[in-house]
Design a protein around this ligand. Structure first.
Ligand code: UD2
Length: 311
């Protein structure tokens, strides 16, 4: 049984990661300030005797260090972040505090309290608007948002700390994650969460553009499993890996699954393409398989059906 500290524990990816760690028999310490995370996401975890929760802000002086020194985890999974690309553009200072400074605090807390492993929530946003597919870990990194640059900077901070002080660091470059508990509140929320909410409410959805755009949509269950593997596998070495499926799915295919589940729903509308949208995104999954033994298992069809049936 490992002791794993999860920052951003009440978030979309965080809460699924916590649940999976507990199911695998590990002891979990969670931290969240409920800025974007929700207490309801932790309903199951809070009932477990193997879960302890701390409410607090990762970027606040002393918070991380206090929890880490009191709990002495074997690994930290650092998922707390400013999660909206859009918000990183309207508030670059907050992006810096939450997505860069907090990473440094995690690295220092690990160094000072002998935590040997850090798993970090990186993003395909570090690649920017790539044109060669599939995107490999060696593909040029050209972030086009403060969010993407902060994720790239954080990878460098952690890997440098790891090399200097003997910590194992795994940077997980998530592609388009979807599944239960993803917040559909903003127009810039993940498209699947928006569609799910609107179909549930009996409303029609709008496709920006012709719907032929594709993404590498990966289920949050696969992402949580990749996090657990990276944090608890006995032998992993430091490095970066795409966390993706290697399969491209178009928005029209996504709509097709919803339409089968909601035969009475209004027909979808087409809107103008969204400014700054990329047409395609597709990751190469082979490196994660070699480095972590991770392969995505949930198909988009299965993942969407599960999301649609979930409460
Ligand atoms: C991600 C970021 C976005 C931006 C972009 C840069 C997220 C959730 N979004 O967007 O902020 O940084 O990467 O590449 O991290 N769509 C619709 N109808 C809707 C909502 C979306 O057609 O109601 C389209 C959207 O125009 C896009 C596709 O769905 O073509 C996927 O949108 P997304 O925001 O889920 O993901 P992405 O990768 O475009």
């Amino acid at each position: 049984m490992a002791h794993v500290f999860v920052t951003g524990a009440a978030g979309f990816i965080g809460s699924h990661t916590v649940d999976r760690l507990l199911a695998a028999g590990h002891a979990v310490i969670g931290l969240d300030n409920f800025r974007t995370g929700r207490r309801a996401n932790l309903a199951a975890a809070l009932a477990s005797p193997h879960f302890s929760f701390h409410e607090g802000d990762v970027s606040a002086p002393g918070t991380l260090a206090e929890v880490v020194s009191a709990t002495k985890p074997d690994a930290i999974i650092h998922l707390a972040a400013l999660v909206s690309v859009q918000e990183s553009m309207t508030n670059p200072d907050l992006n810096y505090a939450l997505n860069i400074h907090a990473t440094h605090l995690v690295a220092e807390a690990a160094r000072l309290h002998a935590v040997h492993r850090i798993v970090f929530a990186s993003s395909a946003a570090i690649y920017g608007d790539a044109s060669d597919f599939p995107i490999r870990e060696s593909t040029d990194k050209k972030p086009i948002s403060p969010y993407g640059s902060a994720k790239l900077a954080s990878e460098a901070l952690l890997l440098g700390h790891g090399a200097a002080f003997g910590l194992t660091v795994r940077c997980q470059r998530y592609f388009n994650v979807f599944g239960p508990r993803q917040d559909p509140a903003s127009p810039y929320s993940g498209v699947i969460s928006i569609f799910d909410r609107r179909y549930r409410d009996g409303k029609g959805v709008t496709i920006y553009g012709d719907g032929q755009q594709t993404r590498d949509f990966i289920s949050v269950h696969d992402v949580a499993r990749a996090n657990v593997l990276a944090a608890t596998a006995p032998t992993v070495s430091s490095g970066v890996a795409n966390i993706c499926t290697g399969r491209a799915t178009s928005l029209l295919e996504v709509i097709g699954v919803f339409a089968r589940h909601y035969p009475q729903a209004p027909a979808f509308l087409h809107g103008a393409p969204r400014t700054g949208d990329i047409l395609h995104s597709l990751g190469a999954p082979e490196h994660a398989a070699a480095a972590l033994g991770f392969r995505a298992e949930v198909s988009v069809e299965e993942g969407l059906s599960e999301l649609i049936r979930s409460g």
